[in-house]
Every structure is written in C-alpha cells, then in structure tokens.
Design a binder for this molecule. Structure first.
Ligand SMILES: Cc1cc2nc3c(=O)[nH]c(=O)nc-3n(C[C@H](O)[C@H](O)[C@H](O)COP(=O)(O)OP(=O)(O)OC[C@H]3O[C@@H](n4cnc5c(N)ncnc54)[C@H](O)[C@@H]3O)c2cc1C
Length: 331
C-alpha cells in the first residue's frame, strides 16, 4: 500500500520502529532489561518482541521488554522487578483470549510457560500457572484422576483459566479449584481458597486486581484412566463443530438466557468483514483472522457487531476477550 493511502493509524504503526528509535527506551525500561538479563540470562530477554506470534489471533504490536518464564520462580522474578521499578507488566498464557493493540504493550510482557505438575493426596493436582490445560487433563487421566477432562478442549494455561474462570457450558474451573497461589499486589504470596476469588461467569477478582496466579490446586476424583480418556475424546469431538484457524474462541459472553452467537447470526452478521477480520460463517461468536488482519480490524468488527445487535435486539453484548496494550489511539 502507498504511504499516502494509509490511515493515520496505519502510518503510526508503520512508523513505530522509527518513533521508538528516536525517542529511545526510557531509562527505567533499560534498567528493567538489564536487571532481568542479569537474572534470567541476556539471550532470553528481548526488546520490541512482536506479540502477534504469541497470540492466537496473530495480531498485535511489540512488547517493550519480553521474556519467557519457564518456572513459577522466573514468573515471580519478572513481576517483582517490574513492580519495584514501577513499570507495567502483563502475563501472557497462550494468548487465546486477548486482543493486543497494533501499538503493542508497554513495559514488561512475560510469556508464562511454567509447567510443573504435582499429584497430591486425595486426587488433588497442583500445577504451575503456565501449564497447558490439555496437558494437565491428560496427565491427570494417566494418573487415574478424573474431573479435569473438560479442560482438554480449552486452549490456554492454568493461570489464565483461573483468572477468567474458563469452562464449558456445564463445567467451570472455579468448581474444581481448591486454591490458587497468588502473588498479591502487596508483594505477599498466599494460597487463597477458591471462595476468596469472587468467581462468576467467565470472571474472578483476579481479572482486574493485578494479582498474578503462580500455581493452582485442582480437586479431581479417582477415575479409571480409560474412562477419563473416553471423556476427553467426547469433549474434543464436540469441538469439531468449531471453526479452526486464528481465533479467540467466543468473542462475547452469552447474555442471560440467550447466546451471543445466535444473536449475531440473527442480525445477519455472519461473514461480516473488515480487513482481515471476519465473523465466522460457521460460528457467529467467533471472529477469524482470515489473513493479514490488524488488531484494529478485529476491534472494528467487534464494535460493529455490538452496535448491530443492540440496534436489532436491544441487548448490549460484552466482550469475553481482554484488550491489552495501548488502545487510546485505536478507539
Ligand atoms: C478455539 C478456541 C476455543 C475456546 N474455547 C473456550 C471454552 O470453551 N471455554 C473458555 O472458557 N474459553 C475458551 N476459549 C478462550 C481461551 O481458551 C480461555 O479464555 C483460556 O483461559 C485463555 O488462556 P490463555 O492462557 O491463552 O490466556 P491469555 O489469553 O494469554 O490471557 C488471558 C488473560 O488472563 C491474564 N493472565 C494470564 N495468565 C495469568 C496469570 N498467571 N495470572 C493472572 N492473570 C493471568 C492475561 O493477562 C489476560 O488478561 C477458547 C479459545 C479458542 C481460541
């Protein structure tokens, strides 16, 4: 595309590396980079890491400072450093429920790949917050523990699943959560019982509090491995009706007594497209990146869908996905 044809937004995105270069990184951000490098190793800390490659939607600009935490200790270290320096930090799991702005995320972004799993007495499973939900369900099944099978089809990590109370239509992680190890804003870490986390449909107090889940204990039950395997296969079979490709699953939560997908379809919005973002023809609550989408395309489709559904049915849909990064210039 010719530069003259670009919108202001597109020009800003195209010029971002230049702006970054001219302004340079703030002294505090450099300090964070250096202190983090000294702790986890120079080669693991990256500047201007493109986040599109770490998010399911494959959109989004760069992170100022980025590293992958391979353990709960490494996750905690990054958060503590950022807090000490008063810099913002963001935890990414699989990026399966987020929309990162084209302008990226300021401060520190930690890709959480902590992955320790321990089996405790009474069929309790303890897992680091970066543990893949599918791996967890399968490992539990192998150990003769059931009750976690529904997690097999939810793309994501344990910590995010707890923060957003992930689940299916009939099962939620909050219902099997015994407790979560939380790094509080005060700097303390504490095993908090599920009741302390104010769970509701796709929500918990952790969604807004800035607290970080380091690990979780889930209550399973004894189960023959073959039975758990069969249950997981059933969960995965149901998923076959979902679109495949870059998406975040359901973009909107279901309003009371109805389904966001049904409303969007009834508003005639299947196939509605802006740039590379398209309302799925297969499942209207999914928005797909059909190629080359920008975060702004996604946001425009979301805004249009909300407006049309409200106009037609008087129902204001709420996003299930979280917006991360700089959105002021994109609204
Ligand atoms: C094809 C598809 C199907 C899906 N189906 C379902 C479904 O059936 N049910 C369902 O609930 N969801 C579903 N989702 C959405 C998604 O899988 C869940 O929301 C999942 O919990 C996201 O996990 P994540 O690790 O990718 O989180 P991310 O998208 O990386 O992060 C989500 C939010 O959690 C925060 N976060 C991440 N880690 C932590 C932590 N350790 N402590 C505190 N906050 C944290 C992030 O900062 C962000 O705000 C689906 C998504 C896709 C792509």
């Amino acid at each position: 595309m010719d530069h003259a044809e670009m919108t202001t937004h597109q020009k800003a995105v195209a010029n971002m590396p230049a702006i970054h270069y001219l302004l340079g990184m703030s002294a505090t951000t450099k300090l964070l980079r250096d202190r983090l490098s000294a702790t986890v190793g120079n080669s693991r800390v990256r500047e201007d890491e493109p986040l599109a490659k770490h998010c399911n939607w494959r959109v989004g600009g760069p992170a100022d400072i980025f590293y992958k935490a391979d353990s709960a200790t490494e996750l905690e270290t990054g958060v503590r450093l950022a807090r000490e320096l008063n810099l913002p930090f963001t935890i990414l799991g699989f990026g399966a429920n987020i929309l990162v702005s084209d302008f990226g995320i300021r401060g520190l972004v930690i890709l959480n790949r902590s992955h320790r799993i321990a089996f405790l007495p009474a069929a309790v499973v303890e897992a680091d917050s970066g543990t893949n939900l599918a791996v967890l369900a399968k490992e539990a099944a192998r150990q003769g523990i059931g009750g976690l099978e529904f997690l097999v089809g939810i793309p994501g990590t344990v910590g995010a699943a707890v923060a957003v109370n992930a689940g299916t239509r009939t099962e939620w992680i909050s219902a099997i959560l015994d407790s979560a190890l939380v790094l509080k804003s005060s700097g303390e870490t504490d095993w908090l019982p599920a009741e302390a986390l104010d769970f509701s449909y796709r929500s918990s107090r952790l969604k807004e509090s800035g607290e970080v889940v380091l690990a979780a204990r889930l209550k399973g039950r004894p189960c023959e491995p073959e039975v758990a395997e069969r249950n997981m296969a059933d969960h995965l079979r149901v998923r076959k009706t979902q679109p495949t490709g870059p998406s975040t699953g359901s973009v909107f939560t279901n309003p009371d007594g109805d389904f966001a997908g049904r409303l969007i379809e009834a508003a005639g919005l299947k196939g509605f497209q802006v740039g590379g973002a398209q309302v799925s023809e297969m499942h209207a609550n999914f928005i797909m990146n059909v190629g080359g989408a920008k975060a702004q395309d996604m946001q425009r489709v979301i805004t249009h869908v909300k407006m049309e559904v409200e106009k037609r049915f008087g129902i204001r849909l709420q996003e299930e996905i979280r917006y991360l990064g700089d959105w002021q210039d994109q609204q």
